[in-house]
Design a protein around this ligand. Sequence first.
Ligand SMILES: NC(=O)c1ccc[n+]([C@@H]2O[C@H](COP(=O)([O-])OP(=O)(O)OC[C@H]3O[C@@H](n4cnc5c(N)ncnc54)[C@H](OP(=O)(O)O)[C@@H]3O)[C@@H](O)[C@H]2O)c1
Length: 290
Amino acid sequence: MIDTPRLHVFGCGRAGRAIARRLVDAGRVEPGLIVNRSLESAQRAADFIGGGEPAEALDDRVAGGWLMVGLPDGVLLDAPGTIARACPQPPQLVFHLSGSVEARVLERIGAPFAAVHPVRAFADPQSAAARFEGTWCVAEGEPGALERLRPAFETAGGRWLAFSARDKAAWHAATVAASNFLVTIHGLARDLAERAGLPGDQARELLCDLQQGTLEGLREASPRAALTGPIERGDAAACRRLAAAASGLDAERARLFSELGRATLALAREKRGARTGDRSLAALFSATSG
Ligand SMILES: NC(=O)c1ccc[n+]([C@@H]2O[C@H](COP(=O)([O-])OP(=O)(O)OC[C@H]3O[C@@H](n4cnc5c(N)ncnc54)[C@H](OP(=O)(O)O)[C@@H]3O)[C@@H](O)[C@H]2O)c1
């Protein structure tokens, strides 16, 4: 028989709500205490999860259940002391959701501990929970916690990846570059498309399709091999037009475009070797850098 512990949540925001909802829907846990900064917010989280008890603080009801800490990373670092004081009897296990903080910050709580980083942007818990299937869950911590969490996350639709916490900062930087920077670049592309007169809805669809195709290519090839376009071809006339278009952007976006242009030129040189025209291409992208 599968044990269904109560899942208590300390910090039930975007990530916490989506994960709690998936674990509850999968039948792996029962909803337990929910503690946010305000009771109103905890109630909204309980409504979203489909159960749970909004509470002003953790208390000894946490004993014997699982405790998920979904606090923002800055607050998470100070949370273990608060949890240890509020819960003299430790939970059965405790885990947090951060990609940048090591699991062992939870050690002083006195329960088997883990960090399970769901590698997905949880901007909206509703759609994040709906699209959770197949989400990588990168986990590190104590075996006693990991061996109980793994089947629960897998039943909830996650793809488990055990990870040694050798360099979590580098790991987190990788996910920020892949996800957050992609959003920044997409925003830049949308601004340019709208300046060109493409209506917003069409720009969104078209540019998302384009980025999705590029990402699909990157599943099969290295960044060098996947790179195409005027910079990779060394097409000076097309690059002059690119630089001119970017110079019409505000200073910050123009600088971003130029820096990305130079970084792309460096990747192109790695791919096809240096060419005589590369210096003038690099100069074009320096000229628009504000
Ligand atoms: N969002 C993502 O895309 C994502 C993806 C993967 C992992 N994560 C990780 O998930 C964790 C949470 O991130 P998030 O984006 O879900 O944050 P969030 O949406 O800001 O939610 C944080 C929650 O913590 C509560 N909280 C903050 N300070 C508190 C305190 N002192 N006492 C009690 N509750 C407090 C907030 O309560 P109120 O609602 O009352 O303000 C809020 O519900 C982080 O470790 C993050 O790295 C996030």
